[in-house]
Design a protein. Structure first.
Length: 330
């Protein structure tokens, strides 16, 4: 995993995608006799020449690193396609797609049925749901914190619930330090915030408010890095990029369950529960009708795209899920 992740879109990111591109140059595409369905190995036909146009993407800061990596590499291959990738949070990605301001929404949560209906009414088009990676929302503490190695869902709820009375670590467990917990978490526009609060507190968007929020996960990383008694949560990729200065807390579904740490394996098999999840992109059908956007999404769902998912420390999807995405692009 590259360490230039602290500032997104950096030279380090460009180096990653360049390396992936060079690695892919020696790979030959073989035709598969599957009656026009997507190839089982994820390879797609070469994109047509002369692609031109603009692609605007915004939404989840969790999905941002993947979309940014894929966009940078696609623009190297297609010089006349300009792609901008924002990270204003999943909820703001929804708003911008509804307003017709972007072509693709990056999402760390699903679109709500009422949002899909609103898109039809406002833009006369539909959103196409495309899972693009697996993620595990990771609860982190400072590297010097050697006591909070594992926690139950109930203990996390005790800390993060709307009416929480927890101020110090000793309020969670008496044997833990009598020190104030400094909390850092995603802002309310974040899909990670919505997912975590539903998974831990039992109701989406219901949370204590006396914590430091940010839509930029790097702000959360730095907050926890800077305080021995801090705690935060964000996507697995941001933890992996900073694991030299952060500890991940293993999660127990209840007091009698084993503690499961977030790893690529536990996220892929969903044993890291209840914090494993899918990540999505949502293009509109109107956007997919434009050749340069369709080809970008095909590339996103190619083997090279899957390698970029792994390069930024998320977990690639099973090929049958990718095949469904590609089927929607025909």
């Amino acid at each position: 995993m590259f360490k230039g992740f602290a500032r997104k879109g950096t030279l380090a990111l460009s180096s990653i995608v360049l390396a992936l591109s060079l690695a892919a140059c020696g790979t030959q595409t073989e035709s598969q006799p599957n009656q026009g369905a997507a190839p089982s190995d994820g390879k797609t036909a070469p994109a047509p020449e002369g692609l031109k146009g603009e692609i605007k993407i915004d939404g989840s800061s969790t999905v941002f690193p993947i979309s940014q990596a894929v966009a940078e590499e696609f623009m190297k291959k297609h010089k006349d396609v300009k792609i901008t990738v924002g990270e204003s949070g999943s909820s703001n990605g929804v708003k911008k797609l509804l307003a017709g301001e972007i072509h693709i929404a990056d999402m760390s949560k699903k679109f709500k049925p009422e949002e899909l209906e609103e898109l039809k009414a406002k833009q006369n088009t539909e959103a196409v749901e495309m899972p693009i990676a697996l993620d595990g929302v990771t609860v982190v503490v400072n590297k010097k914190n050697t006591f909070a190695k594992e926690m139950t869902v109930e203990e996390l709820k005790k800390i993060w619930s709307k009416d929480s009375q927890v101020k110090k670590w000793s309020d969670v467990r008496p044997e833990w330090p009598d020190k104030e917990i400094k909390l850092y978490g995603p802002g309310t526009a974040s899909g990670t915030f919505e997912f975590f609060t539903e998974a831990i507190n039992g109701k989406a968007k219901e949370s204590r408010s006396d914590y430091t929020p940010s839509e930029d996960d790097n702000v959360l990383v730095k907050g926890v890095q800077g305080d021995e008694f801090a705690m935060g949560y964000f996507g697995f990729s941001y933890y992996k990029a900073n694991e030299a200065t952060l500890n991940a807390v293993a999660i127990k579904k209840d007091a009698n369950s084993p503690a499961v740490a977030p790893t690529k394996e536990t996220i892929e098999n969903m044993t890291y529960a209840p914090l494993s999840r899918y990540l999505y992109v949502y293009p509109t059908k109107k956007a997919i009708a434009e050749p340069h956007i369709k080809e970008f999404l095909k590339y996103y769902n190619s083997e090279e795209g899957a390698k970029m998912v792994e390069a930024v420390d998320y977990i690639r999807l099973p090929q049958d899920v990718i095949n469904k995405n590609l089927e929607a692009l025909k």
